[in-house]
Design a protein around this ligand. Sequence first.
Ligand SMILES: Cc1ncc(COP(=O)(O)O)c(C=O)c1O
Length: 398
Amino acid sequence: MKPEKIRPARRTRDITYAVRDVVALAQETAKTGREMLYLNIGDPNKFDFTTPPHLIEVVLKAMRDNHNGYSPSSGIPAAVKAVEKDSAAKGIRNIRDVFITSGGSEAIEIALTALVDRGDNVLIPYPGYPLYEAVLAKLEAEARPYFLDESKGWLPDLDDIRSRIDSKTRAIVLINPNNPTGAVYPRELLRCILALAAEKGILVFSDEIYDRLVLDTVEPVSIASLDSEAPVLTFNGLSKGFLAPGWRMGWGVASGNGEILKDYLAGVNKILRARLCASHPMQHAVAAALEGEKAFLAQTREKLRRRRDITCEMLNGPGISTVRPQAAFYAFPKLDIQGTDEDFVKKLIQETGVVTVHGSGFGQKPGSKHLRVVFLPSEDVLRKAYGNLLEFLKTHRR
Ligand SMILES: Cc1ncc(COP(=O)(O)O)c(C=O)c1O
C-alpha cells in the first residue's frame, strides 16, 4: 500500500511570514558564492549591537541560584512589579493585570486567543507586522486591514478605521512605533482612536515594542495613558530596545475599567496557566532592564539615527521614495517599478545579493509597491547595499 502523506491542518494554508520566507532564496543565492548584504531581519544582535552585560550577569546568577524551575504563570513578582512601575511611569493607570511571556509574540498570541471566536474580526494595520495575521489565521478569525496613509507620514486614517468596524469587530491593533514604517503616532490621533474604540465597544491592542528606539524628538505616547477607563492591552519586551531578542522575554499589560475587563482577563489567565510559564531565569533580566542603567540606549539610538539618515538620503530619487522613519530600524520605501515588488525583491537577491522583504509581505494599498529595509547594518554595508539597489533599480523602474 502506498504510504499516505500526512495532511496539515487547513488553517496552516493562510499562514505566511514574508520576513523569513525570503531567507530560503537568500541561502540558495549565498551558495553561488555571491556576497550577501542582509537588510531583512530586525535582529540587532546579528549586527554590531550586543546585549547589555548587566542583563547577562543577572540571568547567569539566576541560573546559578537555581531559579531553573517553573515560575508563577504570570511571571516572577520582581518582573511583574517592574513592568507595573514602568507602565505607571508611562502614565498607564488602572493596571488590571501584567503577564510575562515568551517574547511580546506570546503575549499577543495569548491576548488574541482569549478574545476571538471563529468569524470575529480584528483590525490590523496595513502595512504592519505579519504576526497578527498569522495568529488570527490560526484562530480562524478574520484579520481585517485598515490602511496607513503614506502621504501623511504613514499615520492611521480615522475614517478608514471607522468604515471597517462592524458587529463582529473585537479589537483594533496599533503598532506604535510602527514596523515596517517607523512612524510614531501623535497624542491627538491616539485620543481619537481611543474615543472611536470606546464608541464601538472594542478593545485596543497597542504594540509598543519599539518605544525605546525613538530617533527624533517626538515623544512616544502609550495610548493606555490617555484614558484610565479605556480597556487596552499594551505589549512590550526585551527584544528590541534591550537588545535581547533571542531571550524571548516580553509582556502584556491590561489596563482600564475592571468590570469591562474582568471576564476577558480570566480567559487570558486560563491560557497563561495552561502553558505553565515563560523562561524562568530570563525573567530576572526584566527588572534589571527596566530599573537598571540605560546609557546603552542613547548609544544605540545614536548609531541608528546615523543609519536612518543614510537610508533617507540614499533611498529618495528616481523610482524610489522613502518617508523618514522616526523610530525603530525599518524603512518602507515606495517603488515605481515594472512588475511586482515580490519579483523585484527576488531578483534583487539573486542579482545583487541585497536581501530585503517585499512590501506585499506587510500589506499595502492595492497597486502600490514597496520594500522593507532594516537599517541595522553598519554604515558601510548600508551604503554598499543601497548602491547596489539603486543600480538595479535603474533597469527596473517605470
Ligand atoms: C511590531 C512587532 N511586534 C512584536 C514583535 C515580536 O517581538 P518579540 O521578539 O518580543 O516576540 C516584533 C518583532 O519583530 C515586532 O516587530
